[in-house]
Design a protein around this ligand. Structure first.
Ligand SMILES: *Cc1c(COP(=O)(O)O)cnc(C)c1O
Length: 364
């Protein structure tokens, strides 16, 4: 089976480095809020071209804590996309704010500027922009829109580690960038982990208090926070995995190039090519097909795994009720949810596996 991920095939040097990192943490005798976290926060913030990183338990909390640190909560609206991981919208709800759903562009599945404009209201405090599938696009337009309407840009970078727009990395455009290091993300821990990055020192400080119950200094609890800390072991492992991230990202781009060059089928479409190679890190390689169910069954028979990201847009989730949305509807999101399919695209893929995927798709 050619799978969506294959961690067991990772290089032995990486495994050795991770085992040594675990030993380092155990030898230190400190497991929470120590040197390893401090070091990884510095390393990742530097990669994001910002001064501050605040490690948290996961990507969901990175977004929720970012919103709370920005005082975005009850009575406030945050515009985002229904074509995203559930955590994006859950974080807004958990912060007490109101998600407002704008539609996506048909050709990239990224949030549509025109739709977001239709969703603006006097209560809008922020746009939560998701760099879906690893794509970053039109950042100047997003910055201009937010500036013109005095609202905050927050980036959900959970799928876009190291993606660059005109020379700048994701996470450096908004007031805050939120990352997940869930194992399958482009930079993943061997468990849950997340981080928010920012240029704003006081925001970083508030976020680091919120992740630790709301503790300002030892024994002083100035507000009601939560417990969401990136532990030393995951931080140490992430520091090691970070060395490999640029090469792993290139491997993903090479696979995507092969797919773009090799897949030709009248019934299968690809998303738009990225504006430049740096603006897509191919967390996922997504195709669309009117007869998606049959395509997926065909691939399974050929020994190829595929996954749908995402089969049910957020506004159709039972738990989300009737979320406010673009008055013109969310038809692009609905259409994409019915047709999208993610093909295997991970750094451990062998050239023969890439060819096998192309052949299998073309023989549909
Ligand atoms: C994975 C993901 C999250 C949530 O991250 P967790 O670490 O699983 O909480 C949020 N947003 C997007 C776009 C994601 O892909």
């Amino acid at each position: 089976m050619i799978c969506m991920n294959n961690f067991k095939a990772e290089p032995p040097q990486l495994r050795q480095a991770m085992l040594a990192a675990v030993g380092r943490v155990m030898d230190s005798g400190r497991y929470i809020l120590g040197q390893e976290l401090h070091r990884f926060e510095q390393l990742w913030a530097t990669r994001c071209a910002v001064p501050f990183g605040v490690g948290v338990g996961d990507g969901l909390h990175a977004i929720e804590i970012a919103l709370r640190a920005l005082d975005i909560g009850p009575g406030d609206e945050v515009i985002t996309t229904p074509m995203t991981a559930f955590a994006t919208v859950l974080a807004i709800l958990k912060a007490g704010a109101q998600p407002v759903l704008a539609d996506i562009e048909a050709d990239t599945a990224l949030l549509s500027l025109e739709s977001v404009r239709r969703c603006l209201s006097p209560r809008t405090r922020a746009v939560l922009l998701v760099h879906l599938y690893g794509q970053v696009n039109r950042m100047q337009a997003w910055l201009d829109l937010c500036k013109a309407h005095h609202i905050t840009l927050i980036e959900d970078c959970a799928q876009a580690h190291l993606a660059h727009w005109q020379g700048r990395p994701v996470g450096s455009f908004g007031r805050v960038g939120a990352f997940s290091f869930y194992p399958t993300k482009n930079l993943g821990a061997i468990g849950d982990a997340g981080m928010l990055v920012t240029t704003d020192a006081s925001l970083a400080n508030r976020a680091s208090q919120l992740r630790n119950y709301g503790q300002e200094e030892t024994g002083h609890f100035t507000e009601l926070g939560t417990n969401s800390r990136l532990d030393e072991m995951q931080a140490a492992i992430l520091s090691e995995r970070l060395h490999w991230l640029p090469a792993f990202t290139e491997a993903r781009r090479t696979i995507a190039q092969a797919y773009r060059a090799g897949i030709h089928h009248a019934a299968i479409q690809m998303l738009s090519e990225p504006a430049d190679p740096a603006s897509h890190v191919y967390h996922l390689f997504v195709v669309t097909c009117e007869n998606r169910g049959a395509l997926q069954a065909h691939l399974t028979r050929q020994g190829i795994q595929s996954i749908i990201h995402y089969p049910i847009p957020i506004h159709r989730q039972a738990s989300c009720g009737d979320l406010p949305r673009d008055p013109l509807g969310l038809s692009n999101s609905e259409r994409h949810a019915e047709r999208c399919l993610s093909l295997p695209c991970h750094p451990m893929m062998e050239p023969e596996e890439i060819d096998a995927v192309i052949k299998a798709v073309n023989s549909f």
